[in-house]
Design a protein around this ligand. Structure first.
Ligand SMILES: Cc1cc2nc3c(=O)[nH]c(=O)nc-3n(C[C@H](O)[C@H](O)[C@H](O)COP(=O)(O)OP(=O)(O)OC[C@H]3O[C@@H](n4cnc5c(N)ncnc54)[C@H](O)[C@@H]3O)c2cc1C
Length: 475
């Protein structure tokens, strides 16, 4: 086993002189984690508090929690979660809240709202007859029976993903075709409106990626086989604030990696605080990357050509969520965007991204939650501009209480950035996931987060539970 000192020497020796000199003031850690969202914050707690490893957690923002967006009404203190809504009660999930004394209760979605289907591109009312909730739930139960045999191939990670010649054909056909093949069309509206819309037009996405955006545990939750819960006060951010208190100075906030060197015996990072400009060298025996492996995020990570080649194959949706405060919306309404061609009962027809999914009443004053699903290149400005254009269309076409032009008043807006990483069916068939998982552990680096697992908070914790023993091997 290598000592920390020998790693400092072997990694430091390969660094430019100026950096190597600065290493005298370096932080020395067993594991350095990049990204303090669901995956990174959880891993940091487990590694430090339960496995007694020294850690440093590098987080770009000034809070932990990533996609958890809790809005706090300044007047009343009431909270509304406009990002993450709820947690799947998979094994160990509630216990993780308990250890931070964050009490939880069953999740109930906001007050029953009247849904108006509108084509946001034209303002036309869409006379869409959604299947009854019973028909939808029956379809979800059947859906679960069909997909159950494939669960271990995709969750909680791709460790058991089959070799190209053994991948079930159903996983690679478009999801709309899959639902039609098994007579599950009635389940599509609830799959889409809960989480499936994250991948955009889910009918066109390969079934395996649509399953990753909804999948087994959501189906179990909707059919009453698995619980959903949220904190009873303070919103979902309450958990991550408690983790922040626990981790204390081991978190470097407002910070990103400037440059790095990764070898089989350890890693060396230079981290920059973008508020103060302070540079912090970190020497660690392992690196855990808990951010999306996009080109921007990985450019300071000293990628090898083969790492770069593999990770560059991912494409992503860009997701944005916000709250708007405009009195012209009718409270108790959800304005839901569907193409006119979905009428009267075409459950597999959805808008193409970039698109605003809905304006949904929050139950607080005139606040409406807005979800924008962008394509690979969509920016925050474009997402806001699209929401404004759709809002203008709703005003002009008489869906709101005034036809007068007005600006959307944003009470909150969050860029969730690239997520729902996926590759082409040809890449899957060429062994992409086997190549991806060869990166696990190589050059002292481990990878977690949606691209390597799935985009649900507590499922990522489950994934981490399998990853942590591998990280700890030889440490
Ligand atoms: C609108 C919305 C609603 C959702 N609802 C639910 C839900 O109800 N239930 C559920 O289970 N899941 C939900 N999800 C999905 C869930 O939030 C994600 O799967 C989960 O947050 C992914 O965790 P992560 O740690 O991989 O990424 P994140 O939570 O995004 O965390 C990444 C962290 O890394 C930081 N970071 C990014 N880049 C860098 C960098 N270069 N250097 C340093 N730090 C960086 C970010 O600031 C962030 O804190 C929702 C997602 C969205 C967008």
């Amino acid at each position: 086993m290598l000592s920390l000192a020998s790693i400092v020497l072997s990694v430091g020796a390969a660094l430019p002189l100026a950096t190597a000199n600065a290493l005298s003031g370096a932080l020395h850690r067993d594991v350095v984690v990049i990204g303090g969202g669901a995956a990174g914050a959880y891993a940091a707690v487990r590694l430090r508090d339960d496995f007694n490893k020294s850690i440093a957690l590098i987080e770009k923002q000034d809070i932990l929690g990533g996609m958890v967006d809790t809005y706090v009404d300044q007047k009343t203190g009431a909270t509304f979660d406009f990002g993450v809504q709820t947690f799947l009660n998979v094994s160990g999930a509630k216990a993780f809240f308990d250890r931070f004394n964050v009490s939880v209760g069953s999740y109930s979605s906001s007050a029953s709202l009247i849904t108006e289907y509108i084509d946001f591109n034209t303002g036309a009312e869409v006379d869409f007859e959604v299947p009854s909730i019973t028909a939808q739930i029956v379809a979800i139960a059947q859906f679960l029976t069909v997909i159950e045999p494939w669960e271990s191939m995709l969750q909680p990670g791709y460790w058991n993903f089959p070799d190209p010649s053994n991948i079930p054909d159903d996983l690679l056909i478009p999801f709309g075709e899959f639902l039609t093949k098994y007579g599950l069309e009635d389940g599509a509206p609830i799959i889409y409106s809960t989480t499936g819309l994250g991948v955009g037009n889910m009918s066109e996405v390969a079934t395996m990626f649509a399953l990753q955006s909804f999948g087994w545990d959501m189906a179990r939750a909707l059919t009453g086989q698995l619980g959903l819960f949220t904190p009873t006060s303070g919103g979902n951010q309450a958990l991550y604030n408690a983790i922040a208190t626990d981790l204390g100075d081991d978190v470097l906030y407002s910070s990103t990696v400037l440059k790095s060197r990764r070898t089989n015996s350890g890693v060396s990072l230079t981290v920059r605080n973008h508020k103060t400009g302070q540079l912090t060298p970190i020497i660690a025996r392992r690196l855990l990357v808990a951010i999306e492996p996009t080109e921007d995020n990985t450019s300071p990570l000293d990628l090898s050509p083969s790492e770069q080649n593999t990770l560059a194959k991912f494409t992503y949706s860009n997701e944005f969520a916000g709250l708007v405060d405009n009195a012209v919306f009718n409270t108790n309404y959800t304005y839901f965007n569907l193409p006119s061609t979905a009428a009267p009962n075409h459950t597999l027809i959805f808008q193409e991204e970039p698109m605003v999914a809905s304006f949904e009443y929050t139950g607080l004053d005139h606040l409406f939650r807005v979800m924008v699903i962008g394509n690979t290149t969509s920016t925050a400005d474009e997402a806001k501009a699209l929401a404004q254009t759709n809002f203008n269309t709703l005003l002009k076409t008489g869906h709101l209480s005034s036809p007068q032009d007005q600006k959307l008043s944003w009470a909150a807006f969050s860029t969730h950035g690239p997520m729902h990483a996926r590759v082409s069916v040809d890449e899957v068939k060429s062994g992409f996931y086997q190549d991806l998982y060869k990166l696990q552990g190589a050059r002292s680096t481990w990878w977690t987060g949606g691209a390597f697992s799935v985009n649900f908070q507590t499922k990522l914790w489950e994934f981490n539970e399998g990853l942590i023993p591998k990280i700890l091997e030889g440490l």
